[in-house]
Write a protein that binds this ligand. Sequence first.
Ligand code: PLP
Length: 425
Amino acid sequence: MTQGGAHPSPSGALAPPEGFPLLAHEAAGEGGLVYLDSAATTQKPACVLEAVDAFYRTNNANPHRGAHRLGGAATEALEAARRDVARFVGADADEVAFTSGTTCALNQLAYGLAGLLRPGDEVAVSLLEHHSNLVPWLTVAKLAGAKVRYLVPDRQGRVPDGEIDRAVGSRTRIVAVSHVSNVLGCVQPVERIVRAAHDAGAFVVLDCAQSVAHLPVDLHALGADFAAFSGHKMYGPMGTGALYARRGAASALGPLLRGGGMVEAVFEQGFTFKGFPAVLEAGTPNAAGAVGMAAAARFLEALDMEAVHAHGEALARRMAAGLAAMPSARLYGPGPDGAEERCGIVAFNVRGVGADLAARALDRRNVAVRAGAHCAQPLVRHLGAEAVCRASTGVYTSERDVDRSLGAVEAARQDAANLMTSAML
Ligand code: PLP
């Protein structure tokens, strides 16, 4: 089996792009694809693809169902995956339920905790939230007659202490915040938020969709009650993810999905549930996906998450410095020299050019960035924009990739100027 591993490539990537079959196919690096859309989904290393393939070739059966040998092998593969994923985020295996992704986990959390909300209660979220950590809370708050309050970030995209004190108080029941903004890449002061929420007697839900791929995440140390993250953003397969529930908090969480596998006993007029995590895993699990997600966790552990963080942060600062020096570019969020902790995500616009047009101009130069509101419309509106371009790095991204994308931004501006001149002629 191909191993993931810390073998920096000559180009300066943390993991050689050749170890990612899609990037190898696209001949990433030498004039080939520069993939800067890792915050949407990362490319997959060979070890992840091989782990999924091996599950179907050698272990495929329905886990926790069959008494036969293969059923046992599938169960063992799923439970070993749970142990690996839990270790990766500083949790114990019995605190992790597999889900189809962050969105699924956050909906399970919102509906599962909705019973705690009474009229007049409050759910505190930040203005930076992805719609997946906002729409479910808006929905359950409305059903309960509760209110959603916002923690407003500063210009660098970080929620200041004063905002936490203002928005979290005696009416707060739940605080749901992202660990890392998917638009600005800034790291939120979650320890401080957890302290304030617990002082107020509220539960804390962390959206770790971006942080797990970029930072060492230790959920026990952070003290969060619940957390959600996606496998596909941390080099694992699509359709995978996890919901973490702290051992003392899991019993507050009711199930959203009901059916096979999550019940202890069923009678004509009732049923009893299993405990966490089984209670949240109704139906046949995506066991092959879980195995792939575990392979991704081991791949990242082998790279060392401190090194992954340092790599992404250095690339983001290089990108931000390049953009800040370009009169035609507008940078959002942390500047190149700020002291704040950040990840490999940078938001920008090309002045006078719509974000979508700019992204298309970059695409013509084989640089893939995303343009739009990034499922964070309240934040992008707060930034005074309708849409922004976002460059997001991965472990396969090199300084050369960043420099090529900066050249493409300059060229996008030139394209727009040429278009305007020819329209005037
Ligand atoms: N939360 C954040 C911060 C995200 O970046 C994303 C995806 O971009 C999500 C939630 C939703 O993740 P998924 O689409 O994997 O469910």
